[in-house]
Design a protein around this ligand. Structure first.
Ligand code: ADP
Ligand code: GLC
Length: 484
């Protein structure tokens, strides 16, 4: 199949979260399975070396009209020769960040990302890459199925093209005044309660409404999206498309996340050399000025948002720190959370470290050095960090929600297969009880703890399994009748 894969971020080029990991690993796997794949993303000015990427095409949307917008397509190749097209349009992508500055989204994000979708299709035609499947990801590229339908319905180039959308996060929907999308004039006339409200248009709703097939990144979250509690206000949209909607758990890119080969670590280890893991802990303790020793270490790496459960963690951190434990949190996001964590770190210098920012090397070291990894999310479409933790023999502490509940088995529920700790209700007291449960486990039985760590390290979430599900979804999309 020819697959045009659209994403706002792709690991190795730019990354703010798990979307980037998926947008690299899944296309690589598809390519390895013999498909022709082109990944399309914005040419952000922050991408290293992008000025040196080869230009492969020059295009214009609405050529020879007052709405004309010029762009250039550059390309580069990632691991396994995966070809990435970068849409270069400085008025949209020449910014300091991907989505906004100082926790404020750019005012023209609707325009910036609608342009990505429209330019991706234009570029495919210009460069003669006729996609069987256009695979969109999240709200940023969710307008693409609608553009295919409204703008290209009479176009023979795309006559057999089908679309798939993956919802990585239903909370971000991209709601914009349709006047922003002036360069796709067809959109001005679509009034449909399922996708718009007055002059506002909801990008993610458009994707879910118009795509031939839809998936999200775990069966658990797929089920939650169809409920009123978990649907982020889009319950009806998902319910209406239930026949075309599935959950596919993300894989783990073990070429990046394997403690036996991880180049970011000072000391590598595997299931047979677990004693080396503790040396990594000592080194990280020294690096971050924590007292070195066999104190149970709790790690967390996350975007600091409500989604990640930071709001239920902060109220109980100090109570937990009364015990002989250490905690390291790496992340950035909501300034209220950042300030609260900095305050606590100032008061518990020998127990609690907060590193504000984004640091890939430190993220790997925290995964490897910690005994437990915290992910008390309020909702979690899939979650990759708990999957990485399992691979590193770092027991995840998660809430029973979305992909977390699909990937972690609670030790007290299932002693034999248990590989982490799970709590149910999204409140601070339950989280604290769960943390205490893990501490007692650590203190009481180190031999059993080593066994559970080995359990964790044996679990595999391979991209080849997940990719087979995507290929089946593509085939179902191709088998659907055309819309006209
Ligand atoms: P989400 O995509 O919702 O942020 P995931 O668990 O799916 O959550 O993926 C998060 C990814 O981003 C992981 O690869 C994680 O290591 C990385 N990450 C998140 N915050 C940071 C940070 N502050 N520094 C380095 N890596 C981070
Ligand atoms: C989103 C979700 C996360 C998921 C990631 C990749 O950012 O929040 O749960 O793992 O996308 O699919």
């Amino acid at each position: 199949m020819n697959i045009l894969f659209l994403a706002a971020e792709v690991a190795d080029l730019v990354k703010t979260g798990g979307l980037a990991d998926v947008a690299k690993a899944l296309p690589i796997q598809l390519k390895q399975n013999g498909h022709q794949v082109r990944v399309v993303m914005p040419c952000y000015s922050s991408i290293k070396n992008s000025e040196n990427f080869e230009v492969i095409g020059q295009g214009a949307i609405n050529k020879d009209t007052e709405r004309q917008i010029d762009y250039t397509v550059k390309h580069t190749f990632l691991t396994e020769g995966l070809e990435v097209w970068l849409i270069d349009c400085p008025r949209y992508y020449n910014r300091t960040s991907l989505y906004g500055d100082n926790n404020q989204a750019y005012f023209d994000n609707g325009e910036r990302f609608a342009f990505l979708s429209v330019a991706a299709l234009d570029a495919a035609q210009m460069l003669g890459f006729c996609p069987d499947i256009v695979h969109c990801n999240d709200w940023h590229t969710a307008l693409c199925p609608m553009i295919l339908r409204l703008k290209y319905d009479k176009n023979s180039f795309f006559k057999d093209t089908k679309s798939v959308i993956t919802v990585h996060n239903g909370a971000f929907q991209g709601v914009f005044d349709r006047q922003q999308i002036f360069f796709i004039p067809e959109i001005a006339h679509v009034y449909n309660d399922m996708i718009s409200q007055g002059s506002y248009i909801n990008f993610l709703k458009c994707g879910v409404f118009y795509a031939d097939k839809i998936n999200t990144v775990s069966p658990g979250y797929a089920q939650e999206l169809t409920t009123y509690l978990g649907g982020h206000g889009m319950t009806k949209n998902f319910q209406d498309r239930q026949a075309d909607f599935v959950g596919i758990v993300n894989g783990c890119d073990y070429s990046d996340w394997d403690p036996a080969t991880d180049k970011n670590l000072n000391i590598c280890y595997d299931i047979s050399t677990m004693e080396e893991k503790i040396l990594g802990k000592y080194i990280l303790q020294r690096e971050l000025n924590l007292p070195m020793g066999d104190t149970p270490l709790y790690g967390m790496v996350a975007r600091l948002t409500d989604q990640k459960g930071v709001g239920i963690l902060i109220p109980i951190i100090e109570r937990f720190l009364k015990h002989k434990v250490q905690m390291i949190i790496l992340g950035s996001g909501d300034p209220n959370f950042e300030n609260a964590l900095s305050d606590i770190a100032g008061r518990y210098k020998d127990k609690f470290i907060f590193v504000k920012g984004y640091d890939n090397v430190l993220a790997h070291r925290i995964e490897a050095a910690s005994d437990f990894f915290l992910m008390p999310s309020i909702f979690e479409p899939c979650g990759l960090n708990q999957i990485y933790s399992l691979a590193y023999g770092t027991l995840p502490i998660v809430r029973a929600v979305g992909g977390l509940k699909d990937t972690v088995i609670d030790y007290d529920d299932n002693k034999e297969k248990g590989n982490g700790f799970v709590f149910k209700e999204p409140n601070a007291e339950e989280l604290l009880s769960c943390l205490r449960r893990t501490l007692i486990f650590y203190l009481e039985d180190q031999i059993e703890m080593q066994r559970v760590k080995r359990n964790a390290m044996q679990v595999r979430f391979s991209w080849s399994d997940s990719c087979a599900h995507y290929e089946a979804l593509y085939k179902e999309a191709l088998a659907k009748p055309r819309w006209w």
